[in-house]
Design a protein around this ligand. Structure first.
Ligand code: F6P
Length: 363
């Protein structure tokens, strides 16, 4: 049986999202008030552990009592650059700086680390934990909701709410001008945001990377709507959808990888050509990540935070808290990072979309 830890660290890593502060608050509240532990908040993910002096602050009960529950972003800061195993140096070289991060964690004197992240962050944090013998617990967050083994990740519901609200606002202007409105939403490897918001926001067409589409099918659907007497349409497209040549619209990301964005414009232009409709494109971008978390994200984040602390108390490590069947459980972290959890083309939501007469562009 592991000795009861007295000091734990927490960091947020990867892209920010709404609900991160709610989970920080829950971790601090449970650890400090419930167990009498100290909580050290590490700044800017693993970046704070690479800097000297180390960048961290002790998170006292004040964090649990002030209004961060309602705040978007993360009070700790985050990063989705600077993988310590392949760290880009100013001279253009790439260096393994993992031992510096591990030394930083040791210097903090923490008994366990709670990492709030997505699949990329967990892969890095697990490797660090294994290499440095660090006790790690993961809390899933990503607006994309593509982590394995959990039905919900922090940030997803807020992103869907923002995208749904965008459709609510686009619909009247589309109707007023007889236009086709294309809304591009985020979703790096999966179309969960597009699918959920598209259904909730009354889209006519939803294009997701998991289902191959043709522009001709989309144009035919818009024509059908016209024949039925409606002269406008709402099209939602996930950023990871491929263009007609089978390529993703991407550009270089500051991490050295790629980032998506721009498929909405390609689809908008093509639909204007094919249907003759006046077409406008909205790229929602980072608006989906900011703002106040919905009540569901606050709830999920709070439940995850409390459960993560209890895992530390029980000495259960290399695990991720997860939402399954209306309850918080925990699963091996390895299960969460195996592969992105994409939209199942036979899922209830895909069937719902089809049942509502929404086109997914495949027929
Ligand atoms: O993974 C979350 C996410 O918001 C993706 O949906 C999006 O492609 C990416 O992050 C954007 O990253 P950045 O904030 O670095 O532009």
């Amino acid at each position: 049986m592991a000795a009861t830890p007295r000091t734990i660290g927490i960091l947020t890593s990867g892209g920010d999202c709404a609900g991160l502060n709610a989970t920080i608050r829950a971790v601090v509240g449970r650890a400090v008030q419930g167990h009498g532990w100290r909580v050290l908040g590490i700044r800017h993910g693993t970046m704070g552990l690479l800097r000297r002096p180390l960048e961290f602050e002790e998170l006292g009960l004040r964090v649990a009592t002030v209004n961060i529950l309602r705040l978007g972003g993360t009070i700790l800061g985050t990063t989705n650059r600077g993988n310590p195993f392949a760290f880009p140096m100013p001279d253009g070289s790439v260096r393994d700086r993992s031992e510096e991060v591990i030394a930083g964690l040791r210097e903090l004197g923490i008994d366990a680390l709670i990492g709030v992240g997505g699949d990329g962050s967990f892969a890095i944090l697990r490797r660090l934990a294994q290499q440095g013998g660090i006790n790690l617990v993961g809390i899933p967050k990503t607006i994309d909701n593509d982590l394995g083994a959990t039905e919900n990740s922090i940030g997803f519901h807020t992103a869907v709410m923002v995208a749904t609200e965008a459709l609510d606002r686009l619909q009247p202007t589309a109707a007023s001008h007889d236009r086709v409105m294309v809304l591009e939403v985020m979703g790096r490897d999966a179309g969960h945001i597009a699918l959920s918001a598209g259904i909730a926001g009354g889209a006519d067409v939803i294009l997701i990377p998991e289902i191959a589409y043709t522009l001709e099918n989309v144009a035919a659907h818009i024509e059908k709507i016209r024949r039925q007497g409606r002269n406008f349409a709402l099209v939602v497209v996930a950023e990871a959808v491929k263009d007609q040549t089978g390529r993703r619209v991407q550009r270089r990301h500051s991490s050295g990888g790629v980032t998506y964005g721009g498929i909405g414009n390609r689809i908008g232009e093509a639909l204007a050509r094919l249907t003759g409709a006046e077409t406008r494109v909205t790229v929602l971008g980072h608006v989906q990540r900011g703002g106040q978390p919905t009540w569901t994200d606050r709830l999920i984040a709070s439940a995850f935070g409390v459960h993560a602390v209890e895992l530390v108390a029980a000495g259960k490590y290399d695990r991720m808290v997860a939402w399954q069947n209306r309850a918080v459980v925990d699963v091996p972290l390895s299960e969460a990072v195996v592969a992105p959890q994409q939209v199942d083309p036979d899922s209830t939501l895909v069937r719902t979309a089809r049942g509502l007469g929404i086109s997914l562009g495949d027929g």
